[in-house]
Design a protein around this ligand. Structure first.
Ligand SMILES: [Zn+2]
Length: 307
């Protein structure tokens, strides 16, 4: 655990519940993770709900001990989870990566740990964490995650728009292929990591088994084929962002997720598209930034979304 000074009066615990690891953080009033604790999600997968609850309990108890060393007591727990979430009932309705369905995690954790618990979607949590950063605390903010899928979290008037931000299912090509959601030509089929990987691999040869990190690295080094595929994906994402800006008059967009982790080529292409095609009076006040990668982003956001 790293040591840092606690700021403000209250401490919250944020939990980022993912398919491979569960990361907990003690978060102060300024939105800083002052201590973290991480464990793998599963030891064995026979009873995923039970294992998830046990792991969260261990993490929370460790963080409480850490807080008590400073004579502090955490007051609430925020959990950010992958999958389809119902924040009202604090239930994970379905999460493939966690092998759970209709799991009322909020109620269970609250009962086990005797602390109030909130549940939110992981993209919303990342959006809250990015927005919370002092330099970025601007209204009409959207965080976009580009990875295995594409999702967005939107902050309007200091609140996350829960249930909004299905950017991956925005139609960007009405004549495109059918999607699992029933629509045609959804963004995720053009600009997500797997979609761009598939496109790169169609060229065969050395590209046949290429994965996203290598594709991004090659594009940075000037590989024209990888650049072209990323450019095309960036154009589709740019189109979805321009539509979002025109609809919501967004002031700031931060783009994160696995596809951006290895370099800025994709981001710079998206930014160029957005600047070129946003109506000029709306484009003037917009800031776009790539996300900074912090392991505790989801956990911090989960804690911040409690307020
Ligand atoms: Zn779709």
């Amino acid at each position: 655990m790293k040591r840092r000074e606690f700021n403000g009066k209250t401490l919250r615990i944020g939990i980022d519940l993912g398919g491979t690891k569960i990361l907990g953080a003690l978060v102060d009033d300024d939105g800083h993770a002052v201590a973290t604790r991480q464990l793998p999600t599963f030891a064995k997968k026979e009873h995923p709900e039970k294992e998830i609850l046990q792991t969260i309990s261990t993490i929370v108890q460790d963080l409480i001990i850490r807080a008590e060393k400073e004579d502090r007591t955490p007051i609430e727990i925020g959990i950010a989870s992958a999958g389809i979430i119902d924040p009202r009932t604090r239930t994970i309705r379905y999460a493939q990566s966690l092998s759970v369905k209709d799991f009322s995690i909020g109620e269970h954790v609250e009962k086990a740990l005797q602390m109030p618990v909130r549940l939110c979607n992981d993209t919303d949590a990342a959006a809250m964490a990015e927005w919370q950063k002092k330099s970025r605390k601007r209204d009409r903010f959207m965080y976009v995650s580009v990875g295995t899928g594409i999702g967005a979290g939107i902050v309007m008037e200091e609140k996350i728009m829960q249930g909004a931000g299905e950017l991956g299912h925005m139609t960007v090509n009405p004549k495109g292929q059918i999607c699992s959601c029933g629509n045609y030509g959804c963004l995720k089929h053009y600009a997500s990591g797997p979609a761009m990987e598939e496109k790169v691999r169609t060229k065969g040869g050395k590209y046949k088994k290429m994965a996203m990190p290598e594709i991004v690295e090659l594009a940075e080094k000037g590989d024209v084929w990888c650049q072209n595929v990323l450019k095309e994906g960036a154009r589709y994402l740019g189109l979805a962002l321009v539509n979002s800006i025109h609809l919501l008059a967004l002031k700031e967009i931060v783009i994160g997720g696995g596809v951006l982790q290895k370099g800025d080529y994709f981001f710079s292409q998206v930014e160029a598209y957005v600047k070129r095609f946003t109506m000029s009076y709306m484009a003037e006040g917009i800031t776009m930034k790539p996300a900074r990668f912090e392991a505790e982003l989801g956990a911090v956001g989960a804690a911040c979304s409690i307020r």
